[in-house]
Design a protein around this ligand. Structure first.
Ligand code: DGL
Length: 284
């Protein structure tokens, strides 16, 4: 009986624990931003693996090993749920790691696939992402679970990540590269395009202009935040308390170059971040 009471109390307290969000670097801030917008009461502990980015050109084994270390770190921060904001890690590592832990975990691929499958009218869906994400064909797998007849065409766009990190969001160079990458998707008449990489929402207007207004762009971050909310509600883990005055609602950790991370974060988040701490992630 006493034990049950304390379980209930633990559960109540757990509501106020932070959500862990991780990515290979800065890109996952587009997902954190969406969670902040949709769930303004929630606390977030963000980890960006800035020392080992990019994940998009690494093997499944390496990305799984890195992701496992980050999950261990986030567990030391007593998070109540983990969001894998990185498309590559969601595509190649999430299935394995979620079996190993007892806190809910959610990635960005399934939610993105679900919206795309529901959005398409002609059944032709394009997916752009890193080489690993596209090579894994995971988007196609989840889309076909919902829409078996869909034709899913993947296109790796490896230069988009460095262009975004260089801040070339509206630039003729980005236009030129995007035109080359997207031309084959235009030729096959897709009507829906998944922005299957954390960085791509930041060049959404360039991609949208080049692919044309007949194509609906899907940003998995938006749907991921909705699914996270549903998950927390189901598990009775949704934080219903206003953040207290002076409370540190958001914490940021990186594996390298905290100042660079801070600059990038302050350029894309509404909320100004004061500090990002370095963590030796190899220790986890
Ligand atoms: N965060 C990665 C993704 O969404 C992009 C950057 C990288 O290659 O690590 O796939």
């Amino acid at each position: 009986m006493v034990r049950n009471m304390s379980n209930i109390e633990d559960r109540e307290q757990k509501k106020y624990a932070p959500i862990g969000v991780f990515d290979s670097g800065v890109g996952g801030l587009t997902v954190a931003r969406e969670i902040m917008r949709q769930m303004p009461h929630e606390k977030i502990v963000y980890f960006g693996d800035t020392a080992r980015v990019p994940y998009g050109s690494k093997s499944k084994e390496t990305v799984t090993k890195f992701s496992r270390q980050i999950v261990r770190f986030l567990q030391t921060q007593n998070v109540k749920a983990i969001v894998v904001a990185c498309n590559t890690a969601s595509a190649v590592a999430l299935d394995e790691i979620e079996q190993e832990i007892d806190i809910p975990m959610i990635g960005v691929v399934k939610p993105g696939a679900k919206v795309a499958a529901r959005t398409t009218r002609n059944g032709k869906i394009g997916v752009i992402g890193t080489e690993s994400t596209i090579g894994s064909q995971v988007y196609s797998h989840y889309i076909k679970e919902i829409h078996p007849d869909a034709e899913v065409i993947g296109k790796a766009c490896p230069l988009f990540v460095p262009l975004v990190e260089e801040g070339l969001l509206q630039d003729p160079v980005t236009d030129e590269i995007a035109t080359r990458y997207l031309s084959e998707l235009i030729d096959i008449d897709i009507d829906t395009l998944i922005l299957g990489c954390t960085h791509y929402p930041l060049i959404r207007s360039t991609v949208g202009r080049i692919i044309g207004d007949k194509v609906t762009l899907v940003n998995p971050a938006y749907e991921t935040a909705i699914e996270l909310r549903n998950l927390l509600e189901q598990e009775n883990l949704l934080n219903d308390r206003e953040p207290r005055l002076g409370e540190n609602q958001y914490s940021f950790y990186v594996s390298d170059a905290a100042d660079r991370f801070k600059r990038f974060a302050n350029a894309i988040l509404k909320y100004g971040i004061l500090s990002a701490k370095n963590v030796n992630i190899e220790e986890y």
